[in-house]
Design a protein around this ligand. Structure first.
Ligand SMILES: [Zn+2]
Length: 109
């Protein structure tokens, strides 16, 4: 069910999972605990530098989506550009809720 034009968190998670599935990403079980179930979490946007001896605040970044093991919480960061999303699409990916913060990863994939 959608209210207005803003997709739900679940819809956005499904959209990202579909893109990943088409590339075969997330098809393997967690290397830490062996659980095969992953979930899409919030975005993590680390700033990046080309000079390893510098620190950057507010500079260029890697827009990443987090991929979390539903059992142990093992967390991976997947670059949205390399998954195939464009900067123009980022507006459509804004999550109304912060996933992965409830006690149980409520709901199915
Ligand atoms: Zn795990």
């Amino acid at each position: 069910m959608t209210e207005g034009s803003q997709p739900s968190t679940e819809e956005i998670q499904r959209r990202i999972l579909k893109v990943m599935a088409d590339k075969g990403v997330g098809a393997r079980p967690c290397p830490v605990c062996g659980n095969p179930e992953w979930m899409i979490g919030a975005y993590v946007v680390p700033t990046v530098v080309t000079n390893p001896s510098t620190v950057s605040l507010g500079g260029p970044s890697y827009p990443c989506v987090s991929l979390l093991c539903r059992r142990c919480g093992n967390t991976h960061l997947l670059n949205l550009y390399l998954l195939g999303f464009t900067k123009e699409q980022f507006q459509e990916l804004i999550l109304p809720e912060l996933p992965g913060t409830k006690e149980e990863g409520s709901g199915e994939t």
